[in-house]
Write a protein that binds this ligand. Structure first.
Ligand SMILES: O=C(CO)[C@@H](O)[C@H](O)COP(=O)(O)O
Length: 219
């Protein structure tokens, strides 16, 4: 089975969002990745729940909402009500990661824990039994168009080994600098979902880019 592809709407053309979303949807996008940024946890600012609700109304593809915000537990309910299918919270952004994940699950939404490139996999081991997805950031979060950090491959391998040994079935997602080469490397290390922003949307043919990511990771 090939990797699941989650185009990041951060890189879409906002003035033609519906067109880009439909193109990606027809090309087989498995999820849409939506970065919520508060200008604190990351320097940029992006999207509120109203925007996510609007996106949910124009697509049937599940929304993978990544809260790049301080104290994410403050916003779980609003984004769940806006239509998020998966909500990701950063390990580094809360003193209460277990509580934040529990809040997501209580809303009937899939729960994801996210770690930055500088955060060790061991730190999230205590919550791995409660998540549907783990996001290993392959760049420092906050901006699209950065280069994939090769040091994150070891972390993907390490997490994949824990997943195998413990019999977990969560998805392992990567985000940042994904292209056909880096996605193949991450897939071989154990990633099952690739978020791709500029690779998919910056060029003329998003459908071909999505197809390419699936092709290079096909068994
Ligand atoms: O999390 C982020 C940025 O921090 C993203 O989801 C980006 O949208 C990925 O963009 P590319 O690196 O694929 O251009």
């Amino acid at each position: 089975m090939s990797i699941k592809v989650a185009p990041s709407v951060l890189a879409a053309d906002y003035m033609n969002l519906q067109r880009d979303v439909e193109l990606a949807e027809q090309a087989g996008a498995d999820l849409f990745h939506v970065d919520i940024m508060d200008g604190m946890f990351v320097p940029s600012i992006a999207y509120g729940p109203g925007w996510v609700k609007g996106l949910n109304e124009i697509t049937d593809v599940p929304l993978d909402v990544h809260l790049m915000v301080e104290q994410p537990e403050r916003f779980v309910e609003e984004f769940a009500d806006a239509g998020a299918d998966i909500i990701g919270v950063q390990y580094e952004a809360t003193q209460h990661i277990h509580r934040a994940l529990q809040m997501i699950k209580n809303k009937g939404v899939k729960a994801e824990v996210v770690i930055n490139p500088g955060t060790a996999v061991e730190l999230i081991e205590p919550v791995l039994d409660m998540v549907d997805q783990v996001l290993i950031m392959t760049v420092n979060p906050g901006f699209g168009g950065q280069k994939f950090l090769p040091s994150t491959l070891k972390k993907i391998e390490q997490l994949a080994a824990i997943k195998r040994e413990q019999g977990y079935d969560f998805d392992i997602e990567i985000d940042g600098g994904a292209n056909d080469e880096t996605t193949k490397l991450a897939f071989d290390a154990g990633a099952t979902v690739a978020v791709a922003g500029s690779y998919v949307f910056d060029k003329v043919d998003p459908a071909a880019k999505i197809a390419r990511l699936k092709e290079v990771t096909a068994d």
